[in-house]
Design a protein. Structure first.
Length: 287
């Protein structure tokens, strides 16, 4: 009996590396003796430390690096151009003000936006999601406990997505984001034909390490829909010693968001097979 229990514990520990193992039922707690309805620990069947360390080696429980993420701005407004800006804003003289077409062509190009996400972005503040609690008030409740209720979910208008961009010679913040804020102010947050829309979708992909010679796989994907920039950070230009990299925040309003994971792919099984020198075959249903 004792041998079968120990074998079951060993199998459960090994199974942590596989998706199938996550579906196994049962516990592996140490046995105990009941004394006056109190469980007194007996001889442990497994080292809690070893089990914890083994679990941390699995895909599901391993700790990722915070810095491994990219951001994809899926499209830029078609009307984000020199003609639109110069029509909406006052421009004097030889019409060089708000001439952004050349800069937009370079900054919004495939190499700078799609290979590893937006190359100019180096920080993201993903908003929280909160619900305001309240009380089911009972007048003259005396000693009765008043119930708790949930009132309002916080509005996204006050809970923005914030992207932080690095300053470069051809400023992505001032040549793309600042004109976009102005364009959005004129056009509003209303529904429009895609050719006239100032909204976009933003995807933030968080990655985790896999195995040597295996490409990183997104462990978590955030999708923010119908995003519009609201503000750009202020500029603080001073004469100081040293050259620090400039960063500017841009806040985005959005209609709604979703979050996805990659557990529909049998990642633990794939990594386990590759580590043993085997290339697993993935059925069409798993792709």
């Amino acid at each position: 009996m004792a041998g079968s229990i120990l074998n079951a514990v060993g199998n459960a520990t090994t199974a942590l590396a596989t998706i199938g193992g996550l579906n196994q039922q049962g516990t592996i707690a140490q046995p105990s003796t009941i004394v006056s309805n109190v469980a007194v620990p007996g001889i442990p069947l497994i080292s809690f430390r070893d089990y914890f360390l083994t679990s941390m080696e699995s895909w599901v429980a391993s700790i990722p690096l915070k810095s491994q993420f990219i951001c994809l701005i899926q499209q830029f407004p078609p009307t984000l151009n020199t003609a639109s800006l110069q029509t909406l804003e006052q421009v004097a003289g030889d019409k060089k003000g708000w001439d952004i077409d050349t800069a937009k062509t370079a900054l919004a190009s495939y190499p700078f936006q799609n290979v590893v996400g937006c190359i100019f972005l180096d920080g993201v503040d993903i908003p929280n999601d909160t619900v305001t609690p309240g009380t089911a008030y009972i007048e003259n409740n005396r000693g009765f406990v008043q119930g708790s209720v949930l009132l309002n979910r916080e509005a996204f208008a006050n809970n923005n997505l914030t992207l932080r961009f690095r300053e470069t010679n051809t400023s992505f913040t001032d040549m793309i984001m600042r004109p976009w804020v102005i364009l959005a102010a004129h056009r509003g947050f209303v529904a429009r034909d895609p050719s006239q829309s100032v909204k976009t979708n933003i995807t933030i992909m968080q990655y985790s390490t896999t195995y040597q010679n295996v490409s990183q796989i997104p462990r978590k994907v955030w999708q923010f829909y119908d995003c519009v920039p609201l503000s750009v950070g202020t500029r603080d230009l001073v004469y100081t010693e040293g050259n620090e990299v400039e960063h500017y925040d841009v806040n985005f309003l959005y209609n709604y968001y979703t979050i996805e994971n990659s557990l529909y792919i049998p990642l633990p099984d794939i990594i386990s097979a590759i580590s043993k020198g085997n290339i697993p075959k993935i059925s069409p249903l798993q792709r």
